[in-house]
Design a protein around this ligand. Structure first.
Ligand code: CTP
Length: 410
C-alpha cells in the first residue's frame, strides 16, 4: 500500500465522508467474519485517476449475503438478498451499496448472459472487461489498503490504454465494444491496437444479434456522458451501428452542442431522449418505427422522437403561420420534442411558443361564459379558442378589449 493510495482513499473530494464511514463499517464487519473484502472495478480506476467515485463496488470472498446480514444487525438499514447470484443490496437512509460475492463467469455461447459461480478475487478480476477495470483494493482488517493488480491495470491507466484481458472478450460480451468507446472518449485514452483489432466481423456479428434492451442500455449510458456526441460519432466511424439496424444514421456533429438543456427554460431535461431525437431527427416515420422496435424504445420515447421528426418535416408548411396557427399545430406535442426541433432548425416561432405562447390564456373561463347565459356545449370551447387566438395574434391586448369582443358575440 502506498501512502499515495491511502491519501486518495481518505480524500473527501474523491470519496465523500459518509461513504468513507460506510467503507470502514463494511471493512470491520468483513474482518469480524474473516471474509476478505475489496473495493474493485470502476471505483478503483476512478480513485487512481483522482476522480470522484459515484458507486462503491464491493466484492467479498465468501457469501456477500452473510456480510450484508451482519451489517444490518450491527449498523442498521435493510437488505435485499439475491440468493441465486450470492449478492445483496444494502440500503441505508443515504446510500445503497451492492455487496457481491467474488465470481467466475463462463459464457455458454457468444453474447449470451454469463453463467456465474462463486470463486476467488483473482478469478473475479480476470472475468472483467479491461485491465483498467480489473484492479482491487483490500479493505478488511490489517489488509486495509493492499492493492491487487494481477493484470497490470495501473500501468495501462497511467499510459491511457484500454486493453481487454483475453482475445475472446468482445465475442463473449460485445457490449464491451460500447464500453471501450465510452472510456476512450471519456478519459481521452487510446484503445490498444491488438484490442482494436478484436472489433472485427466476428465480434460485430455477435453484437448485431444482441437484444434491443441490451443495446439500448449501452446507448443510454452514452447519452448520459459528457462527450456523448463524440462517442456516437466514433461508433459511426467504426461502422458498427449498421450491424444493429441498417437505418441507424450517422450522428450529425453539428448537433453535439444541443445535448445540454438550457436551464432557463422550464422544460424537464432528459439527455437520453434528447440524444435519440437529435440522432433520428431526419429519419422517415417508417424508419423511426423500425429502429424503435429494434432498440426496444418505450412508447413514450418513440412518441418523442416521432413528434420531433414529424414537426421538423412540417416546418416548411408552417413557415408563414400566425402565432395562433403555430400554437394550435404544436400544442399536443411534447415540449422537449419542440425544443429539439427549435435547436436544429433555429425556427424562432418554436422558441416563442415554448417561452411565451404556450402560457397565453384568455381571462374569461367557461364558467364566465355560462354566467353570460351560454348553454354548456362545444360553442363554449370554440369561443375560448377564438379568444386565445385573438390574444396570441395581438387582436386583443387587454382585459377591456376581451370584454368588448365578448359583448359583440354573446
Ligand atoms: N464489467 C465487465 N463487463 C461488462 C460490464 C462490467 O467486465 N460488460 C465489469 C468491469 O470491471 C466494471 C464493473 O464490472 O468495472 C462494473 O461495471 P459498471 O458499473 O458498468 O462500470 P464502471 O466500471 O463502474 O464504469 P462506469 O464509470 O462507466 O459506470
Amino acid at each position: 500500500m502506498t501512502t499515495d493510495l491511502l491519501r486518495l482513499m481518505r480524500d473527501p473530494n474523491l470519496i465523500p465522508s459518509e461513504k468513507q464511514t460506510l467503507l470502514s463499517d463494511i471493512a470491520a464487519q468483513a474482518a469480524a467474519l474473516d471474509m476478505p473484502c475489496y473495493l474493485v472495478g470502476g471505483s478503483v480506476r476512478d480513485l487512481l485517476l483522482g476522480r470522484p467515485i459515484n458507486d462503491l463496488d464491493i466484492i467479498v470472498e465468501g457469501d456477500a449475503i452473510n456480510l450484508g446480514e451482519a451489517l444490518v444487525q450491527k449498523i442498521g438499514g435493510k437488505l435485499t438478498p439475491h440468493h441465486k447470484f450470492h449478492t445483496a443490496i444494502w440500503h441505508q437512509t443515504t446510500d445503497t451499496i451492492d455487496l457481491i460475492t467474488a465470481r467466475k463467469e463462463t459464457y455458454s455461447s457468444p453474447g449470451a448472459l454469463p453463467t456465474v459461480t462463486p470463486s476467488t478475487i483473482d478469478d473475479d478480476l480476470r472475468r472483467r472487461d479491461f485491465t483498467i477495470n480489473a484492479m482491487a483494493i483490500r479493505l478488511d482488517g490489517d489488509h486495509y489498503g493492499e492493492s491487487l493488480d494481477p493484470l497490470n491495470g495501473q500501468k495501462d491507466l497511467e499510459q491511457g490504454i484500454i486493453r481487454v484481458l483475453h482475445p475472446r472478450s468482445f465475442v463473449d460480451d460485445p457490449t464491451r465494444i460500447f464500453r471501450a468507446i465510452r472510456y476512450e472518449q471519456r478519459y481521452a485514452f487510446d484503445i490498444d491496437p491488438a484490442t482494436f483489432n478484436l472489433i472485427n466481423s466476428e465480434s460485430l456479428g455477435v453484437l448485431g444479434g444482441l437484444s434491443g434492451e441490451r443495446i439500448r442500455h449501452e446507448v443510454d449510458l452514452i447519452f448520459e456522458e459528457e462527450h456523448s456526441a463524440k462517442m456516437i460519432l466514433r461508433a459511426n466511424g467504426l461502422n458498427f451501428f449498421e450491424r444493429i439496424h441498417l437505418d441507424l444514421p450517422p450522428f450529425n456533429p453539428d448537433y453535439a452542442e444541443f445535448l445540454d438543456m438550457d436551464p432557463t427554460l422550464d422544460i424537464p431535461a432528459d439527455r437520453i431522449a434528447m440524444g435519440y431525437m437529435l440522432w433520428f431527427m431526419e429519419l422517415t416515420e417508417a424508419s423511426i418505427q423500425s429502429v424503435a422496435r429494434r432498440l426496444c424504445f418505450t412508447s413514450d420515447l418513440e412518441d418523442s422522437v416521432s413528434d420531433a421528426s414529424r414537426l421538423n418535416r412540417s416546418l416548411p408548411f408552417l413557415a408563414d403561420s400566425k402565432p395562433s396557427e403555430w400554437s394550435f399545430a404544436i400544442e399536443k406535442l411534447q415540449l422537449l420534442s419542440i425544443y429539439a426541433v427549435y435547436l436544429v432548425s433555429g425556427q424562432k416561432a418554436l422558441l416563442d411558443y415554448l417561452v411565451l405562447w404556450r402560457h397565453v390564456k384568455p381571462h374569461t373561463t367557461g364558467d364566465d361564459l355560462k354566467a353570460r347565459g351560454l348553454q354548456p356545449g362545444p360553442r363554449i370551447g370554440e369561443i375560448l379558442t377564438q379568444l386565445r387566438a385573438a390574444w396570441l395574434d395581438g387582436s386583443i391586448n387587454t382585459a377591456q378589449e376581451e370584454k368588448e369582443w365578448l359583448n359583440k358575440i354573446t
